[in-house]
Design a binder for this molecule. Structure first.
Ligand SMILES: Nc1ncnc2c1ncn2[C@@H]1O[C@H](COP(=O)(O)OP(=O)(O)OP(=O)(O)O)[C@@H](O)[C@H]1O
Ligand SMILES: [Mg+2]
Length: 248
């Protein structure tokens, strides 16, 4: 009899706070008290705005908080910026640079924070990598194996905005950039067409990931205050059911 191989990839069957796959052999996460709260969504949906407000609210209550954001690893940010600026990033390099960025932040920021009982506010999580790579045709199983070293987050909120509303907001706040428009994929002749097609494809990926992983979906067209109130209610209930804030 051949025993079932242990699942080593990203699936919805992994408990929050545990590695999806084999993880890092030298890290035992079992009793780490911290929590990972991720906010996902396409570009410009209001993640930074909400995370800023959440941080203030949590800190006032006595929680230790760190923020971690996509491509913000000290090690990898300059490399990713350089690769993007050269516009010569191929598919495999693109995926591996993102994975390295995440690995670096996992070891340097996320795991130490979980150990210390902090709340990790993640501005995008691995789902962004899954969505972007899928839009670029990367093999699903390969990709999910690659991220087997990631930790399943405790809560994932998905700020959902349809493409028309997104375009309006992006135009109001500084315009479309090459990568947000998926111009590397040659989806349209001009940046506007490319942005629309690319973001619509991304949205479909996020929606399907949301169903699979049970994201808590919020309507990103609502006011900043209304969204924040909803987030605070849900996070407050979750934290209240888990443990009291660190004192002192
Ligand atoms: N609920 C909202 N309603 C209207 N405008 C909003 C809302 N939330 C944020 N904005 C505005 O939309 C713009 C993008 O917001 P923000 O920077 O928070 O988004 P983001 O998801 O972090 O974007 P990026 O993908 O560029 O990091 C900002 O100008 C912000 O003021
Ligand atoms: Mg932002």
């Amino acid at each position: 009899m051949v025993s079932e191989p242990r699942e080593a990839q990203v699936t919805d069957r992994v408990q929050p706070g545990h590695f999806y796959g084999a993880g890092l052999p030298y890290v035992g996460l079992e009793h780490y008290p911290g929590k990972i709260i991720a906010i996902e969504g396409t570009d410009g949906v209001g993640r930074s705005t909400q995370i800023h407000l959440l941080r203030e609210w949590l800190e006032v209550q006595g929680y230790g908080v760190i923020e971690t954001g996509w491509t913000r690893s000290v090690l990898m940010q300059p490399t990713i910026d350089m690769a993007k600026a050269s516009n010569t990033l191929n598919k495999l390099t693109f995926v591996l640079l993102y994975a390295t960025d995440f690995a670096d932040r996992l070891e340097e920021e996320i795991i130490p924070a979980l150990k210390a009982g902090f709340i990790v506010l993640a501005d995008r999580y691995i789902f962004t990598a899954l969505a972007r790579a899928r839009v670029r045709g990367v093999d699903r199983a390969w990709l999910r194996n690659l991220y087997g070293f990631a930790i399943a987050p405790h809560l994932v909120f998905y700020l959902k905005l349809d493409v028309d509303a997104l375009i309006k907001r992006v135009l109001q706040s500084g315009g479309m950039d090459f990568w947000e428009s998926g111009m590397d994929l040659k989806l349209g002749d001009d940046i506007y067409e490319s942005f629309r097609t690319y973001q619509a494809k991304l949205l479909r990926e996020y929606n399907s990931l949301g169903e699979e992983f049970g994201f808590r979906t919020l309507d990103a067209r609502q006011s900043v205050d209304r969204i924040q109130k909803n987030l605070r209610n849900q996070i407050g209930a979750f934290l209240g059911a888990n443990e009291p804030p660190a004192s002192g």
